[in-house]
Design a protein. Structure first.
Length: 139
């Protein structure tokens, strides 16, 4: 629609009917534009509402996944601690068992050393005895 409308003249000014028709046309044009803008605004608002809902769902999903990951990490950490504790306990038990075996072997070794010493002493006594007897026989 033209912005520079020229009206016909009548006896006391502009043609009233032309002015009223022009104003009605302007009003209709503006109302049409306002309706189009409202329609666009409603469409954008609807799209925004949809996007907000999607974002809320994504946020809920993200928080749930974050909680799952946190729980998984906590569980993994707890399991790792249990494994370490169990391993330490088993290692200590194995150490004690080995130390007991070492002590037993040391005792056996001491017993064997005593037996060897006893055998040496018996051997020396026997040799002495035989030596004396030989000396007695030779005398």
């Amino acid at each position: 629609m033209e912005n520079e409308k020229k009206f016909g003249n009548e006896m006391f000014g502009y043609d009233k009917r032309e002015v009223e028709d022009y104003i009605k046309a302007l009003k209709a044009d503006y109302e049409s534009r306002i309706q189009a803008e409202r329609s666009d605004a409603n469409r954008v608002a609807n799209e925004l509402t949809i996007v907000k809902k999607k974002l809320e769902r994504y946020e809920v999903d993200y928080v749930q996944k974050q909680e799952k990951v946190a729980n998984a990490l906590i569980t993994a950490e707890d399991q790792a601690k249990k494994i370490i504790e169990t391993s330490r306990a088993e290692a200590l038990q194995e150490k004690e068992r080995i130390e007991q075996l070492i002590e037993m072997e040391k005792e056996k070794l001491l017993d064997m050393k005593k037996e060897v010493i006893d055998l040496k002493e018996k051997t020396v006594r026997l040799l002495d005895k035989y030596s004396q007897e030989m000396n007695n026989l030779l005398d």
